[in-house]
Design a protein around this ligand. Structure first.
Ligand code: GCU
Length: 511
């Protein structure tokens, strides 16, 4: 990675001065333009798949609705054992886990589920676009808007500019922990001109109006106190969510943490048609994927890794204590980030469901067939095989997947891993299969224990483990669980997450 401060104008000047560049650019063939359906069909042909089983309906009144009967939820009750190696031998020590078993699971998860990150993925250069001094609640912060440009010399027709905004407390006594959050980037609370600055802007604006239309003179004269630009209130109450929680940004700033907003769409589009563009398309020079190449989830996770590369260079950040957070599809992406990139210290996995913390083998709510259907592009091509009803290889089902989410969670061990959900009554749909995530978390706890950390204890076998009551956080170990009484958000769990992580980091910011 390279860091360039204000390198844009230089790059632009060079491009303008070199006619060769321009010639190369115009001779680059454009990327393939597929609809999502065409892209999926292309991958099915590469894999020899003729038909996919349709996923169930999320509408409980539809005839083909998803299963919500717990007695039918475990058609494949035996999940792969994270501590049994592919040759059948047991991983009985931490050393065997690190040397042999973990790499096996990483390899299988890459090959069969999320795809491999290509070896020739280009370098990213971060540029600070602007720095703003703002307030989040009562906390003064420094907000940096950053662009991470992927080197596209090999295929100039696609440009990838990752967008991240890093916010750190302005009065911190030292480097702070930072939580990267998947979502739209941008300045949280831009510092506005006030007082004399605002007067000057208003004078200039009135002068401009008069210049543009001299007949406005009497309008302005009739309203001498009117100002085109008005100051917004210095302090604004936070926008509370439906559960009454302040935004995550407020909680983090008040706790003396930093945070970074990372826009996943600036790395890779959230749709199948986008696979010949974004970082996946750039590496493939605009061509469709091959079956083992990464899908959007792994690409988003890769983007978070590049964001961490930048944070490692920023003195305001305690790069040893950087976390990743996301909800729903970005909850999946957060878990994938944490599982594969061991530099991440902690994760808050919000309502991640199938393809995230929930067991792929469970049949409760969202099914593997939902993922291999319209959501196929989150995964690699190979993953579609498990939804195939008719193919040159016959058919496959979720029981054939060589891995399951207990192992994905285990890849995070012994680092801080918080699995968060809300409740269906408030909108965290049954579709997400909270119980299936709990079973996976219970089973993954064995790996945390092997590595000298703590997971969920006292629940016995995952097959019979039952979720604790809502709001009963299991926060005593490095692997934590809490189902709050809110909706499809992790905001109600943010304060618990911060306290829990602070304890492990021994972090107590000076007031
Ligand atoms: C759908 C999808 C889920 C996903 C969710 C979201 O419900 O089936 O897998 O997590 O969208 O990201 O909002």
């Amino acid at each position: 990675m390279r860091i360039a401060i204000g390198s844009f104008p230089v790059a632009l000047m060079l491009a303008a001065a070199l006619p060769l560049c321009a010639r190369q650019e115009s001779s680059t063939p454009p990327p393939v333009t597929f609809t999502a359906q065409q892209d999926q069909q292309n991958m099915m042909e590469q894999l020899g798949i003729k038909a996919l089983r349709p996923g169930p309906s999320g509408n409980e009144n539809a005839p083909n609705h998803a299963n919500y009967d717990e007695s039918k939820a475990n058609p494949y009750p035996d999940i792969p054992d994270p501590l049994t190696m592919n040759d059948g031998a047991k991983a009985t020590t931490a050393q065997i886990w690190w040397k042999r078993r973990r790499p096996e699971i990483v390899e299988m998860y890459s090959k069969y589920v999320y795809g491999f990150v290509p070896e020739n993925v280009p370098e990213v250069t971060w540029t600070v676009r602007a720095v703003d001094h703002e307030f989040i609640g009562f906390t003064p912060v420094l907000a940096k808007d950053l662009i991470g440009t992927a080197d596209n010399a090999s295929y100039p027709a696609i440009s990838v500019k990752m967008h991240m905004t890093l916010v750190t407390p302005a009065n911190a006594k030292g480097p702070v922990p930072v939580l990267i959050m998947f979502g739209p980037a941008g300045f949280p609370n831009p510092n506005e001109p006030r007082g004399e600055e605002l007067d000057r802007l208003n004078d200039a604006m009135k002068a401009l109006l008069l210049k543009q239309d001299p007949s406005l003179e009497d309008v302005l004269a009739a309203h001498p106190a009117w100002e085109p630009f008005k100051a917004s209130p210095l302090f604004q109450m936070p926008q509370l969510n439906a559960d009454g929680d302040p935004p995550n940004e407020w909680e983090l700033a008040a706790a003396g943490w930093g945070f970074a907003l990372l826009d996943p769409a600036s790395v890779q589009a959230d749709n199948g048609a986008g696979l010949t563009r974004g970082i996946i398309g750039l590496v493939n020079k605009g061509q469709p994927r091959t079956p083992e190449q990464w899908g959007a989830l792994r690409a988003w996770a890769w983007g978070a890794g590049r964001a961490l590369d930048y944070l490692e260079t920023d003195p305001a950040v305690d790069a040893k204590h950087v976390g990743i957070e996301g909800v729903s599809r970005y909850g999946k992406a957060a878990l994938v980030t944490m599982a594969f990139d061991q530099r991440f210290y902690m994760v808050l996995v919000g309502s991640s469901g199938k393809g995230g913390a929930t067991l792929l083998r469970r049949n409760f709510g969202e099914a593997v067939e939902s993922l291999t259907g319209g959501e196929y592009y989150w995964f690699d091509g190979n993953f579609m095989k498990y939804g195939a009803s008719e193919a040159t290889f016959g058919s496959m089902n979720p029981g054939d997947i060589p891995v399951d989410s207990n192992e994905l969670i285990a890849l995070c061990a012994p680092r801080l891993t918080f699995i968060s959900y809300g409740i269906p009554e408030k909108g965290d749909a049954k579709w997400l299969d909270h119980e299936g995530s709990f079973m996976a978390t219970v089973d993954a706890s064995r790996v945390f224990a092997l590595l000298g950390a703590r997971g969920l204890e006292g629940f016995g076998d995952y097959r019979t483990a039952k979720m604790p009551p809502v709001n009963d956080g299991l926060l005593d170990g490095q692997l934590a669980w809490r189902q709050d009484d809110g909706g499809h958000t992790d905001a109600p769990n943010m304060k618990w997450f911060i306290q829990w992580a602070d304890k492990y980091m021994s972090y107590a910011p000076q007031p």
